[in-house]
Design a protein around this ligand. Structure first.
Ligand code: NAD
Ligand code: DAU
Length: 354
């Protein structure tokens, strides 16, 4: 049983992960630290908010005094760091925010963990830590950059070649995690996952955006030729992979979490339209994302061979379940697509038709 700090737990994957851990009886205490940015919503957690094992704290991962108080008061022994700015398009507009939050925030969290878990906090040579402590950095396949069409999938030792400000910030955060492990012996591991989809994903991302636009008979804005390829994993499968890493992963290791479900964006959009009975004439090719990565794909061998993890969901069934979830959760959709989201949408897509 652990006392877990989950950062960014009011976002898409973090909220699914909290639900997953509570349902799998895997924690004594779960402290969710989230700044509630535009992407963080307590509406994602209403069904579990009164669970006695769960506590929400609104705050920023860059706030060191707050972190110190949380580590001390809750005797935290595990950190799962989801908190981040996550949208590539927003990173192109405001790279400095991504640098500050994703790199600065991760380093602040690492430093707090080091100070609270190290047996002799003031001894720079001490590499011993309280028993059972561990830091899991939730990272992304985007740190490896773009994969040519026929090239083999990225392995954990593939070079880091991030292309967007978002992926550069995540790669840099990963390097800080590595450095804290190498230099101080801090017990850390890193997961690198492919594209997730499922309930509670904020509508700015491809799958929910296309579902909601199709339902409203609005154009579906496909960047460039739409032939960019992503590997898609149902969010619950990323949750089970993260739990497998927490339970049996090796500190100092990186774990790719891939789905082996490669589809082009055009294929994804066609599947959504077909499922909703909407015409393909809704597809609108718009100006491409600057520096757009063409393809991601991950080699899963380490996590499958060493930790016995496998995705439990097939893509088409999970996509249908996701579409049904958006159809059945009107109130949530209305809350997420409020005025500020509409302003974002208007600004982001206004000038994009070639
Ligand atoms: P999200 O944007 O839905 O949620 C991010 C959460 O972090 C929000 O609740 C937000 O309020 C919170 N947050 C942001 N800045 C914060 C700060 N300074 N302090 C505290 N909280 C802060 O993101 P997501 O899609 O759930 O992604 C979660 C993590 O998983 C991210 O680290 C992301 O890089 C990684 N990841 C995501 C995917 C994906 O497909 N969505 C794939 C691989 C990895
Ligand atoms: O690969 C993992 C990453 O997946 C995560 O690390 C990121 O946090 C997450 O946002 C996601 O990044 P992507 O850029 O791949 O996701 P997004 O949903 O923004 O876009 C998926 C693909 O769809 C990408 O090729 C861009 C394209 N796209 C996206 C949007 C929002 C469009 O064609 N039109 C759109 O309107």
């Amino acid at each position: 049983m652990r006392n877990v700090l989950i950062t960014g737990g009011a976002g898409f994957i973090g909220s699914n992960f909290i639900r997953y851990l509570l349902n799998h009886d895997a924690a004594e205490k779960l402290v969710n630290l989230d700044a509630l940015t535009y992407a963080g919503h307590l509406e994602n957690l209403v069904d579990i908010q009164s669970d006695s094992r769960y506590l929400f704290i609104q705050g920023d991962i860059r706030n060191r005094p707050l972190l110190d108080a949380l580590f001390a008061e809750h005797e935290l022994d595990t950190v799962v760091n989801f908190a981040a700015e996550t949208h590539v398009d927003r990173s192109i507009e405001d790279p400095a925010l991504f640098l500050n939050v994703n790199v600065g925030g991760t380093q602040t969290l690492l430093e707090a963990a080091l100070q609270h878990w190290r047996l002799k906090p003031d001894d720079k040579h001490c590499r011993e830590y309280r028993r059972g402590c561990g830091f899991l950095q939730v990272s992304t396949d985007e740190v490896y950059g773009s994969l040519p069409p026929a090239a083999p999938s990225f392995r954990e030792d593939s070079p880091l070649k991030p292309n967007s400000p978002y992926s550069a910030s995540k790669a840099s955060a990963d390097q800080f995690v590595r450095a804290y492990h190498q230099t101080y012996g801090l017990p850390c591991s890193i997961s690198r996952c492919c594209n997730n989809f499922g309930p509670y994903q904020f509508p700015e991302k491809l799958i929910p955006l296309m579902i909601l636009n199709a339902l409203a008979d609005k154009p579906l804005p496909l960047y460039g030729d739409g032939l960019q390829i992503r590997d898609w994993l149902y969010v619950e499968d990323q949750c089970s992979a993260l739990k497998a890493i927490l339970d049996n992963g090796q500190f100092g290791d990186i774990y790719n979490i891939g789905a082996t479900n490669e589809f082009s964006n055009l294929e994804i959009v066609r599947m959504i339209l077909h499922e909703l009975g909407k015409p393909e004439s809704l597809i609108e090719h718009v100006v491409d994302r600057p520096g757009h990565d063409r393809r991601y794909a991950l080699d899963n061998s380490r996590i499958t061979n060493e930790l016995g993890w496998r995705p439990a969901h097939t893509f088409r069934k999970a996509l249908k379940a996701t579409i049904d979830w958006y159809l059945n959760n009107h109130t949530w959709v209305e809350q997420m697509t409020n005025t500020s989201y509409q302003d974002y949408y208007a600004r982001m897509y206004a000038a994009d038709t070639p």
